[in-house]
Write a protein that binds this ligand. Structure first.
Ligand code: GLN
Ligand code: ZN
Length: 790
């Protein structure tokens, strides 16, 4: 044996510790959700809630210890949100809640998370009835919530102003560390790093730059780290995911001095990055004065070798090799192939981990007793992913023979997935390959279509419509649930749903709306209804992922080529149209939204899957047209959510996304009108892409921004028709006629009036009928008044 060979063997025979950046909090059966909701209803005590939480932490640490993880992770657990935990830890709860020194920590926590009712504020401040102090009549709204990077998890946004002060203000983290230590675990604590914490917050006062708070924040981090060190914590994982974003120079340059300052009092720091490539921050991340660096080798596989080159050999390199964002079993052979050169190159310690926290995947496959066995064998949820780490680490440190069975099982499952006729449907690929190059274009440009649609539809100026759903009453939900359980047969279910459709149509006719909808009574949500009818989708029984607080979502799994065996909405829509002479708008969810709210297959590019869904939706659009439906809406509320975290990726994403939308929409004649709907408040930076979708009509959320949002469309000279929402559907408040008329007139100053539609901001499924009817009555009247005034 040559010396070199000995060296390589020795290098790879080092122990390879494993760890996780975080673990799902809800519990295998969502115990945390139920405990929280019971506590909020007043059905259980704080002690009961805390005891459930402690039990869950104990179970989750045990699961980590059982798979041989080097440490258990402490500090990732939260009763509502980990960013909210940091707000309390760092003592920067917003003053607007009016907490005094006596309010209990947990009460303050849920007040920030869920808001405070007017009654509670007034009572707390000892105020008498009839008081008009603003926050005594309106309460205090919760902290804003926003998406955690590009995930579907929502965090509570810290609020910063020139008055913000920090101090170490919560014992929670240290208590949890002590709890884990008492259970005999070796602890790695986790913190959200100071720069990411500030970045993720929001400056509350105009012109205030939250960056200026860094100096006063760092000493509190020092104090936290010193406390952890005093507790005997050897490693602290400090998350700075913003290193994967396009950062202003000031923020980038602040990393080095900040971490020098923290290093003074800290235990060993493992700087954790995830979700996107480090790119220009790679060298910076490698050279910071910390003891280790974690990188996401799933999202940025090409950077791994560069990191191994740049990272000094005395530092730990933690490789995020198992996908923390998706549910597929890891290709262990491919992972080992990726890891071996890194293990050779990096002379320091090598650790293995999931790419990011496992918060974003369901708990365990064990609960999936109903799932198709074949599909199930291709999956790994959080618990299974921990085991994959064990196998990979063992293979690296002791050789593959030590985990021969596990590697073999993984190989077999992967081979079966690759060869499965349920995954690969030749007809789907063949159809896409054979599509004409112009398949994503309507036959004629918008002006010709507009003319044909006007001739066919004969709508008034400022046509009125709604976004699709009507109130989902308890009765509707009960009928759907009974049908799912098998307690209601198909014929009775159909009767019930048709009765709901008929009711919605009657009400819309009475209100005098111009374009009607069937109301979406048969839909639980926007994706499940379609996924259940499309080939290539699977549904889990218990694959819950936290969305925010106690709320969880159960995303479908797209495992195979997508096709539409039979029409999905035609019968309901046709029935609805048969009840009225007014145009009935067909209602579909678009390809990007279906993609964004599902677990997507990893064995082909996302764009390919998007195209497949687009073709399936196109089939539905064409069938609706053939059934005589003249207007079809394809909702894309999630198209923006798919934007890559770094700008460099935006252009190609938007090109593919808008193309997929156009594929779904372009199979129809000129005189069939395609609508789309989006509901978020940032459009201006992607307006060209939105225009390139070429929908005949787009409806958007604008009422909360007082039509300001529309200005961008006006300045851009948005070419097609547009329905800016004239009332906010998020609250039961019924706006007056004049209020909506004023908004419409404002809109007409920005957009040519012959291009304007009149509609609410979004669907009405969360509202009750009384306020819905009242608001729509006002809306129709507002449209009439503005028509007359023009
Ligand atoms: N058509 C859907 C509805 O009205 C749109 C929902 C959405 O935009 N999120 O409910
Ligand atoms: Zn919407």
């Amino acid at each position: 044996m040559s010396l070199a060979a000995v060296a390589v063997t020795a290098a790879t025979r080092r122990p390879v510790p494993t760890h996780t950046l975080g673990f799902p909090r809800m519990g295998a059966q969502r115990a945390l959700k139920f405990a929280l909701e019971s506590f909020w209803r007043g059905d259980s005590t704080e002690a009961e809630l805390q005891s459930t939480a402690a039990q869950l932490r104990q179970l989750h640490w045990q699961a980590q210890a059982d798979t041989g993880l080097g440490f258990v992770t402490v500090g990732d657990f939260a009763l509502y949100d980990h960013v909210a935990n940091h707000i309390q830890l760092l003592g920067c709860e917003p003053a607007r809640f009016g907490f005094d020194g006596h309010t209990h920590e947990l009460a303050r926590y849920f007040a920030m998370a869920r808001g405070v009712s007017a009654q509670a504020v007034a009572a707390h401040e000892g105020c008498s009835a009839g008081c008009t102090t603003p926050h005594h009549t309106t309460g205090q709204p919760a902290l804003e919530m926003t998406k955690w990077f590009d995930t579907n998890y929502h965090y509570l946004v810290p609020e910063f102003s020139a008055h913000t002060q920090f101090h170490l203000a919560s014992e929670r983290l240290f208590a949890e560390v002590a709890e884990a230590q008492a259970l005999g675990h070796r602890v790695k604590a986790v913190l959200l790093g100071p720069l990411s914490f500030l970045w993720l917050g929001k400056s509350k006062a105009a012109g205030f730059d939250r960056f200026s708070l860094l100096e006063s924040l760092l000493p509190v981090y020092e104090a936290v780290l010193a406390r952890l060190k005093a507790q005997g914590v050897e490693w602290v994982q400090i998350d700075e995911p913003i290193l994967g974003l396009d950062l202003p120079d000031a923020w980038r340059h602040a990393f080095e001095p900040s971490y020098w300052q923290l290093a003074r009092s800290a235990p060993k720091l493992l700087l954790a990055t995830y979700f996107s490539p480090l790119a220009e921050n790679l060298r910076l991340a490698c050279q910071l004065p910390v003891a280790g660096l974690h990188v996401d080798a799933v999202r940025a596989p090409d950077e791994l070798v560069g990191v191994a080159d740049w990272l000094p050999s005395h530092k730990v390199l933690s490789v995020g090799i198992v996908d923390g964002r998706n549910i597929w079993r890891t290709d262990l052979d491919a992972a080992l192939q990726k890891l071996r050169p890194v293990a050779d190159k990096h002379q320091g310690e090598l650790w293995l981990a999931p790419s990011c926290s496992l918060l974003h995947v369901p708990f365990s496959l064990e609960a999936e007793t109903q799932l198709d066995a074949e599909v199930k064998s291709w999956l790994a949820f959080a618990v299974e992913k921990l085991d994959e780490l064990r196998v990979l680490a063992t293979a690296l440190s002791q050789g593959e023979a030590a985990v021969d069975d596990e590697l073999h099982a993984a190989r077999t499952a992967l081979a079966a997935r690759r060869a499965s006729p349920h995954v690969h449907r030749a007809t789907v690929a063949a159809r896409i390959a054979a599509a004409a190059p112009g398949a994503d274009q309507r036959a004629n440009a918008f002006p010709a279509r507009q003319k044909a649609q006007r001739a066919r539809l004969k709508l008034p100026l400022l046509p009125t419509t709604t976004i699709g759903s009507f109130p989902q009453t308890a009765e509707i939900r009960a009928a759907r649930a009974a049908f799912k359980r098998g307690a209601l047969d198909a014929a009775h279910y159909q009767q019930k749903m048709e009765a709901e459709i008929a009711l919605a149509v009657r009400k819309q006719e009475a209100l005098g709306l111009d374009v009607l909808v069937h109301g979406e009574a048969e839909r639980n949500d926007m994706v499940e209804y379609f996924g259940e009818q499309l080939d290539g989708f699977a549904f889990t029984a218990n694959g819950w992922v936290q969305s925010y607080g106690s709320r969880c979502v159960k995303p479908p799994i797209i495992y195979g080529d997508v096709a539409r065996p039979t029409p999905m909405t035609v019968a309901w829509t046709q029935y609805a149209q048969s009840l009225t002479a007014k145009p009935m708008k067909g209602m579909l969810t678009g390809p990007l939204t279906i993609l964004q709210w599902s677990f997507v297959r990893d064995d082909q590019p996302r764009a390919t899957t998007a195209d497949q869904i687009a073709w399936a939706i196109r089939d539905e659009v064409c069938d609706l047209e053939a059934a005589g439906i003249a207007i079809i809406q394809i909702d894309e509320p999630a198209i923006r959510e798919g934007l890559p975290l770094r700008r460099a990726g935006w252009k190609s994403y938007l090109e593919r996304a808008t193309r997929a939308f156009r594929i779904s929409a372009s199979g129809v004649r000129n005189d069939t009108q395609i609508h789309t709907h989006m509901c978020y408040s940032e459009f201006n930076d992607i307006l060209p892409a939105i225009a390139s979708m070429d929908a005949d009509v787009i409806t958007i959320e604008t009422s909360r921004s007082d039509m300001e949002l529309l200005q961008g469309f006006g300045d851009f000279r948005y070419p097609n028709e547009i329905g800016p929402g004239v009332y906010d559907i998020h609250s039961p408040r019924v706006p007056g006629v004049q209020e909506m008329a004023a908004l419409l007139e404002k809109a007409a100053e920005v957009v040519p009036v012959e291009h304007l539609w009149v509609n609410p901001d979004c669907g009405l499924k969360t509202r009750g009928w009384p306020e819905t009817e009242a608001a729509l009555r006002h809306m129709v009247q507002a449209a009439q008044e503005v028509r007359e005034r023009l």
